[in-house]
Write a protein that binds this ligand. Structure first.
Ligand SMILES: NC(=O)c1ccc[n+]([C@@H]2O[C@H](COP(=O)([O-])OP(=O)(O)OC[C@H]3O[C@@H](n4cnc5c(N)ncnc54)[C@H](O)[C@@H]3O)[C@@H](O)[C@H]2O)c1
Ligand SMILES: [Zn+2]
Ligand SMILES: [Zn+2]
Length: 376
């Protein structure tokens, strides 16, 4: 059933992408009030994930003009009718959207929602409507059910997660995507065991979150492979026992040597098919490789069929760290508060006016996890 549109609106300041490749343009837009089941959030800060660039550059097609941003954190301003989980004043992290009525959702596999693509990349609600416009007309929104590169965002009760009010809210947005993707891939997807070996191929926000999670999970050999020396240095600080610069050293040989035959678990987060091949080749017998890096839609990759078959290797796709956000995100906050998951070391803050700089710094490898902080 389609809810009736409301007439109340508010002015927001948001970053709009109007053409493939950007830039992000800071503009004044009009946002609707929450419909039944929806939540209006005053955004405090929003992380920038590589997937924002994937959408900006149309590697994943997203209708434009659009407000991106999918790692929002803020304070609940207003809730629509029927909202039970969340109340005004709650501190929340916004995460991916899921439908709640398809088979995977009913089975608890929220990250494999059959409607994941339209709900997260479709630039609209499930019923096709949008809540944002400028003087010319509709601006596409609901990117990851939130479009949080703005002073206010409209999400749904389902993709809003309450977090403790004593945690630093401006830091928490990335838990809604990049950080839960890396940490959850290790803890929920691969189920890395105590005493095992784990190799992260790609040491950006996702890969370094995986490194931190592997330490929490008790892996005793943790290898990070990347091409940016500063990222490798940070990987060591965060728990990597070994690092490999893939530009200088063959990472497959290096991982085999360090582990004495291959890693029990590997994770590909660079989004490059050649690196995926390395992450598979570097596995031990019965090893498991998780794929989280996102190349352009339609990208294919190759592997040695017999090499995988005769060694009983497994290759699995993992979305959003197989996370059930209402359970997993608060547990990551707790690990952070206990000093066991120091993801603040990945972060640099930017103002909304600096959002293009944030994107550039991320792509150049200067900043691992930019967070756009909104003025109070
Ligand atoms: N599956 C999911 O649910 C999910 C969720 C979030 C992000 N992603 C995707 O995960 C990927 C990583 O995201 P991120 O925010 O960490 O991006 P990022 O750009 O910070 O990280 C990518 C890393 O790969 C490294 N790299 C480049 N070439 C390499 C090579 N040859 N060998 C090893 N490393 C190499 C880069 O230096 C960088 O550190 C992106 O593709 C993003 O779109 C997927
Ligand atoms: Zn679903
Ligand atoms: Zn993301």
């Amino acid at each position: 059933m389609t809810d009736k549109p409301r007439t109340q609106t508010r002015e927001i300041t948001a970053a709009v992408v109007r053409k493939k490749g950007g830039p992000f343009q800071v503009e004044t837009l009009i946002l609707e009030e929450p419909r039944p089941g929806e939540v209006l959030i005053r955004i405090v800060a929003t992380g920038m994930c590589h997937t924002d660039m994937v959408a900006r550059d149309q590697l994943y097609t997203v209708p434009m003009p659009v407000v991106l941003g999918h790692e929002g954190a803020g304070v609940v301003e207003q809730v629509g009718s029927n909202v039970k989980k969340i109340a005004p004043g709650d501190h929340v992290v916004l995460t991916y959207m899921w439908c709640g009525h398809c088979k995977p959702c009913l089975n608890g596999d929220l990250t494999y929602c059959a409607n994941f693509y339209p709900l997260n990349f479709g630039g609209a609600r499930e019923d096709g409507s949008t809540a944002t416009h400028d003087k010319q007309g509709a601006v596409r929104d609901h990117f990851f059910g939130q479009s949080s590169f703005g002073t206010y965002a409209l999400a749904h009760e389902r993709n809003v997660v309450r977090v403790p009010s004593n945690a630093p809210l401006e830091l928490l947005g990335p838990l809604g995507c990049g950080i839960q993707t890396g940490a959850g891939a290790v803890m929920n997807g691969l189920k890395v065991r105590p005493g095992s070996s784990f190799a992260a191929f790609g040491g950006g926000a996702v890969g370094l979150s995986a490194v931190m999670a592997a330490r929490v999970a008790g892996a005793t050999t943790i290898i990070a492979a990347d091409v940016v020396p500063s990222r490798l240095a940070l990987a060591k600080e965060l728990g990597a026992t070994h690092t490999v610069n893939s530009r200088e050293t063959d990472p497959v040989e290096a991982v085999r040597k360090i582990t004495g035959g291959g890693a029990d678990f590997s994770l590909e987060s660079s989004g490059r098919p050649a690196v995926l091949r390395q992450a598979i080749d570097a596995l031990a017998i019965k090893g498991v490789c998780g794929i989280v890096g996102a190349p352009a839609l339609g990208t294919e990759a190759s592997f040695d069929v017999n090499g995988v078959m005769t060694t009983g290797k497994r290759i699995i796709g993992i979305i959003e760290g197989d996370s059930v956000p209402d359970l997993f995100i608060p547990s990551l906050v707790e690990l952070y508060q206990q000093g066991r998951f120091p993801f603040d070391k990945l972060v640099k803050f930017y103002s909304l006016d600096q959002i293009n700089q944030a994107a550039e710094d991320s792509e150049k490898g200067v900043t691992i996890k930019p967070i756009v902080r909104f003025g109070s």
